[in-house]
Design a protein around this ligand. Structure first.
Ligand code: FAD
Length: 347
């Protein structure tokens, strides 16, 4: 028997994914008075704005494994961050930028735009956005892996790995394109290209001092290297913690052939070309879906008839700011649509 959503539904909207995009969309919906449930499979919100520590202690040195910094080119993003509680954590990164030139020497790189980071690690962005959603009345469940979504009548039924089901009139899918495609199956919009490129990430302790804090490596193996100790609020420690990011093609090859350990050794060798460095590996992460493969993208996707919406960096040119704008613009559109229509649905 089909269930009518206006009778059975628990939520006006369910948002799958508590990264920057999903949280930005949820915030607009909650502020518009919608009942919103945000689900994320990870233990903490923030997604690819990921920070880890060298030990469980809260004062242990931290490092950013995913996004390294963000831009604030769009005034809406800047103003939204300034309005968040604890906005002081968003600070200009004053790191010295360098680039490896064709002859292998390190040269200063003039900053093309201001780069911002979170004092205490990039994950603070997810924490702050999630705090704002919950403070405004939204609900966030972490450690909740959504494994199935189905349309029943005018509802979406969302089921997690423990078999728990939730219902809503509007479904917002805010997870990387390939995962959205797999979860939505035949509901995935044909107009969206889900392709994304991977990135092998590695954190190493470096005893020597380098002349730069962020380095464009221009190397077939390494893309980027950054000194976490140069970021505001870092407690320091024995040796500096450097994050190394591999090139997309190199990462794809390593993941496809299963030669990830070998790839990590190549990353260390590539970094050592900067000088006689003493490197101690601290952590690794394989991001299967790091960045969108295509730069031209629609911003977000919405099918008002189906009550289905998608957002995320992969629909808006990549990057933290692109992810936030994708979710924010979608959330504003859903909130406006709900305001002009009677009933609970915001789809
Ligand atoms: P995500 O952050 O991926 O959030 C998606 C969320 O969905 C995750 O929390 C995940 O746990 C959850 N999820 C997925 N599937 C499910 C499921 N089935 N059920 C429940 N939850 C699910 N951007 C910059 O601006 N500057 C940088 O320097 C930069 N560097 C980067 C370096 C690396 C190595 C990587 C990987 C990314 C980098 N980016 C950078 C990109 C930036 O991190 C992303 O653009 C942004 O964080 C994407 O946010 P999002 O909300 O779209 O997706």
């Amino acid at each position: 028997m089909k269930q009518e959503c206006d009778v059975q539904s628990t939520w006006d909207a369910i948002v799958i994914g508590a990264g920057v995009a999903g949280l930005a969309a949820a915030q607009e919906l909650v502020l518009a008075g919608r009942s919103v449930l945000v689900l994320d499979k990870a233990r903490r919100p923030g997604g690819r704005c990921a920070t880890r520590r060298t030990a469980p202690a809260p004062d242990a040195p931290w490092f950013d494994l995913g996004a390294q910094y963000f831009t604030q080119r769009d005034a809406r993003f800047r103003e939204a961050l300034e309005a968040l509680p604890g906005a002081a954590v968003f600070q200009l990164w004053q790191g010295r930028l360098g680039a490896v030139s064709e002859d292998g020497s390190l040269q200063p790189s003039s900053p093309d735009h201001r780069r911002y980071v979170c004092a205490g690690g990039m994950n603070a962005l997810g924490r702050s956005l999630a705090g704002a959603v919950v403070a405004a009345g939204g609900e966030l469940q972490t450690g909740c892996h959504v494994v199935a979504v189905a349309r029943e009548g005018s509802c979406w039924v969302v089921t997690d790995a423990d078999g728990q089901a939730e219902r809503a009139s509007c479904l917002v899918v805010a997870i990387p394109g390939p995962q959205a495609s797999e979860l939505l199956g035949g509901h995935f919009p044909r107009t969206c290209s889900p392709d994304m490129t991977p990135c092998l990430s590695m954190v190493v302790r470096v005893q020597e001092t380098l002349d730069y804090d962020g380095i464009f490596m221009n190397d077939p193996v390494l893309d980027w290297a950054a000194n976490n100790h140069s970021k505001p609020g870092h407690p320091g420690g024995d040796g500096a913690l450097w994050t190394l990011h591999a090139q997309p093609d190199f990462s794809a090859e390593a993941l496809a052939t299963g030669a990830v350990e070998h790839a990590h050794a190549s990353m260390l060798r590539a970094f050592r070309r900067l000088g006689e460095l003493t490197l101690q590996p601290v952590a690794t992460q394989s991001w299967r879906f790091a960045r969108p493969a295509q730069s031209a993208a629609p911003g977000f996707y919405r099918d008002a008839d189906q009550g289905l919406a998608l957002c995320g960096d992969w629909l808006n040119g990549g990057r933290v700011e692109g992810a936030w704008l994708s979710g924010h613009q979608l959330g504003c559109e859903l909130a406006a649509a709900a305001a002009t229509r009677p009933g609970p649905a915001g789809g």
